[in-house]
Design a protein around this ligand. Sequence first.
Ligand code: HEC
Length: 101
Amino acid sequence: MKKITILVLALSAFLYSNDIDGKEVFKTYCWGCHHETAEAFGPSFSEIANNRSKDEIRAYIIDPKAMYEAFGYKRTVMTEFNLSDKELDAVTNYILLQKGK
Ligand code: HEC
């Protein structure tokens, strides 16, 4: 019985820790400046997904100041975030889901 309890706890901890929704991350941190398919203050997620690789998108979110020149911008006004790896992955995947839209 004890083993089963531990197993259930471990399983729910595992499921919970993976339960970060990219859309939620987007709505919490990005929505003020980016929209899914419409141009806002920043480019739309669909435009980003159509032009950039997963690694490029991740790198930009981690450190816009280090990346903006390589992306062809003269300056950056994007906020720097301290996202966890899981939040970063979730929101990157969410951007990539907008590809082709
Ligand atoms: C304060 C407004 C603002 C917020 C908040 C913001 N961005 Fe941006 N983002 C911009 C602007 C403006 C650009 C265009 C270049 C620049 O200024 O850095 C940009 C550029 C980007 C790019 C590169 C675009 C390209 O050319 O491919 C990515 C990727 C990106 N943002 C992702 C995100 C994600 C993900 C979030 C939320 C976690 C976010 N941004 C939050 C304003 C913002």
